[in-house]
Design a protein around this ligand. Sequence first.
Ligand code: C2E
Ligand code: CA
Ligand code: CA
Length: 385
Amino acid sequence: MTSNRLLVIDDEPANSATIGRIARGCGYDVIITTDVDDCRSRIMSWKPTVIVLDLAMPEMDGIQLMEWLAKHECQAQILIVSGKGPEMLQQAEASGRTLGLNMTGSLPKPLRLETLRAVFSEIYDAAGLLSILDISKALTNQEILLMYQPQVELRSGAVVGFEALARWNHPQRGSIPPDTFIPMMEVDEIVNDFTTQIVKMALADMCLWEGADAFNVAINVSAVNCGSMVMPDIVQAQCASKDIACQRITIEVTETAAMAEACHVSACLERLHRLGIQLSIDDFGTGYSSLVKLHQLPFSEVKIDKSFVLDCVSNPQSSVLVQAMIDLAHKMKKRVVAEGVENRETMQQLREWGCDIAQGYFISRPMLPRDVLPWLQQYDSGRSA
Ligand code: C2E
Ligand code: CA
Ligand code: CA
């Protein structure tokens, strides 16, 4: 369980969705509820750290719920929402304080994005959590680094590429994983600067490895980056300036991002494809693919998500799904990568099923750029021995 859990109690879907989106972007796990019983059981079992409470709900009175929270000694920070004017909000806040609750503030309806962001920022600043401002500083101070994880062709055992995985080397907190800070950036323009920096770093690292047999580098991009033509142009310009063939770059786009109904996403993918950049559909199996769209989009590769690969030897359901995904991808003339290969049995099984490429801890954990060449040497000498 992460330390920042936010429960939204609001019966207006548009409001709760907006609150949820902004809060997730700020790094919170979010649950939205409208039902009294569900709300109470979530508070008891999930123990939210922040509760956003709409005072006017059809089957529940906000003040009564606050009394219930006080009776159950709820420690969460409470933010109240109301469209009934500032006086109502002040009164409710005062009642909450009298009850001994941890009242953090109020949000007048209609909700404004800037207010939401500011309020959530204040809460996590106070709790010592990371904010978007810290990330922006991290980019300027070059605290973001890339680790590289090898990808091996199952038929031959040869290393064919590396996936670049971002880390935030925080001066006080040490290495922060991407799942913590990337979702925070995705609701902000900053994610474009971030991806530009990642592309530059990856291509600079590729120059560092000149001399080794040419291998591909896969770079992850966010859905937001596919919203314009800027990202393809940056990749192309960087390749040109470093004299690296665009064909050696694979851009990984999550299945959910690729399947978005937006036409600019398709246009961006088409542009990358026309430039000769390879496209991989990441986290395959976790989203909802339209098979027609999957066939139409210019992907050369399907990357089966590790949630299926991890137990594909022992779990019959994962086994069926992985085989079906390999089969489907091959029928669509796409190469298949399995991520999350943690042991020899999985590697062997995937080879038998005809999977093309494997990536996972069994081969290697992600490594620093300077470790790539020594690792390759050691790997190759192990193969020829
Ligand atoms: P992903 O693209 O699905 O990356 C695979 C994740 O699985 C990586 O976690 C990797 O370290 C981990 N992994 C690799 N092999 C194994 C294994 O054998 N077992 C297990 N249990 N895990 C394995 P990581 O590096 O923490 O990255 C998490 C996610 O963050 C990535 O998932 C990707 O969605 C995102 N990400 C990472 N770097 C970037 C980036 O530069 N840009 C963007 N937009 N997203 C990134
Ligand atoms: Ca990936
Ligand atoms: Ca994945």
